[in-house]
Design a protein around this ligand. Sequence first.
Ligand code: C5P
Length: 308
Amino acid sequence: MSAHQVTVRSPAKINLGLSVGPPRPDGFHPLATVYQAVALYDDVTATLRDDAEITVEVLGDFAADVPTDSSNLAVRAARTLQTEYDVEEGVDLTIRKTIPVAGGMAGGSTDAAATLVACNRLWGLGLAQPELERIAADLGSDVPFCLVGHTALGRGRGELVTEVMSRGTFHWVFAIAEGGLSTPAVYQELDRLRPLRRVEPPEVHPELLTALLSGSAAALAVALSNDMQAAALSLRPELADTLQFGLDQGALAAMISGSGPTCLFLAGDSRRAVDLAVELAESGLCRMVRQAEGPVPGARILPSSVSR
Ligand code: C5P
């Protein structure tokens, strides 16, 4: 069924474990990662156009950092669907951002995932989830996970996603840094720091999966890991002060989110997360602070937003 307008809400991701192997012949790095979707959202509103144009407008905290030309990943997502399925209509996209840009939280990828879900409905394509995931994988390594959400294992270059069991809710605090980090630059730095012949194939640590099943924040805290952290810290050494500050304030764990530069902290409960967020905000160590719980679902249509 088609619609005139629809809004899709799509979450940020974090990597609870991120194990990176040596680069493949195509330049991508094989990953074994455990993703979690957290309740920090971008909203993408798609409005039908009679002509074939695709436009994008970006609003919110990080709007100035997002390109609005054809390099925008949401525009590419809409264009891909339009071309593959011979759609004659176009779409006006409005992205309301609260997820940092180039922050290691899949902000661009989640906007692309939201756009796939929105245009699928807008244009009445009726594509099932596996078909959307196939298209998502071509758009970027994190895009399929943003469709699926919750907690999931990512293999391949991150695009092969299978859900994993997780009990309860975890409370996260994010210190969002000034400026972003380029993901390819952080992978390059990782390759520079590690003698390639000593790099093992990527693997998920069993303790992480056990901790997720237990629902214990204390168990999860000691099972978190990120191979990209050393590379992000090498490019942005001052982030180590932010991580240490959070630990000093009682965070159970502190880690770089994905390729950075966002720092993430695990709190024991929601009250401690609020306290930590206040301390970080007052520290002057970061651009802004956000709190969010996880896991949450992937890109979803807001039912009240659909107009015909
Ligand atoms: O897949 P995505 O477009 O998000 O990747 C952006 C860049 O990050 C790639 O062009 C590549 O340089 C790097 N990358 C990588 N290995 C991965 C994922 C991304 O080297 N598994």
